[in-house]
Design a protein around this ligand. Sequence first.
Ligand code: NAD
Ligand code: MG
Length: 294
Amino acid sequence: MSQSNNPLTQYFNDDFPKQYQEAPAVQAKMEPVPDCGEESYKGSGKLKGKKALITGGDSGIGRAAAIAYAREGADVFLNYLPEEQQDAEEVKALVEAAGQKAYLLAGDLSDETFCQQLVKKAHDSLGGIDILALVAGKQQAVEDIMDLSTEQLRKTYEINVFSLFWVVKAALPLLKEGASIITTTSVQGYNPSANLLDYASTKFAINGFTRGLAKQVAPKGIRVNSVAPGPIWTPLQISGGQPSENIPEFGQETPLKRSGQPVELSSVYVFLASDDASYVTAQIYGVTGGIELA
Ligand code: NAD
Ligand code: MG
């Protein structure tokens, strides 16, 4: 929660307690629990009447987007993994408390058939799709390429890249003019860490996919943009996204000397989804604590 408007101290800026969970980690068991805007995000009708499908909507950045979208007046359909049911139920309750509809569907985005079913179910439940917020991702740090298994390599690419193709292919025939597609890249898509070769290279792919797709669907009146987070305090990081010994000081290398909280991305996901972004497409918006996207 906000202490002041000084960006250095506005959110948690101390060392984090050392912690590890198997992926996919549950946010409710993290210490401190990430701030996804549960107490603080205030809407002002920016997405009134819109319908959003959000992947990775149970926790972290996707949860922050889900809470914000609901408080801005949108109904939401959330995808996540079965192990994350607890986090997803919390988001459903928050969306309903905002007076909007929430639908939940657990399932694995590395399965093309599931991606197709997800889009169809979201479209049927919501009665349309205006916003496709593709936030789900897999990140497992491996120090040496010799230890990077083909299984991990495939899964990281299937979840982070292939699922974008599969979900967008299923959704495009259903999207109308004015729709907005938002992908989630990373500072890793510009400046890859030595221990994130598979993950970082998927984020470079997402940059290219986003910009190319934006040009392809511009004639249909559909906008496509991406958000590039810096180090954000989420379940992804404490479940192998970083080596455990890096967790306490996670984010302190940024110019703002702390990790970001998911709520600090909410307004960017809202802006890109809203009609305020009518002239914004093929762009990548950084929320990085000062790390340059170059
Ligand atoms: P998170 O763990 O809260 O969210 C990731 C979500 O991905 C999980 O909740 C899970 O539901 C989903 N997911 C993973 N594998 C899946 C699968 N096989 N099928 C369906 N869903 C699956 O962590 P987050 O940090 O909020 O991650 C959201 C996005 O932000 C990811 O794309 C991540 O790469 C990106 N990102 C995060 C950071 C960071 O520092 N946290 C930095 C840059 C980019
Ligand atoms: Mg999760």
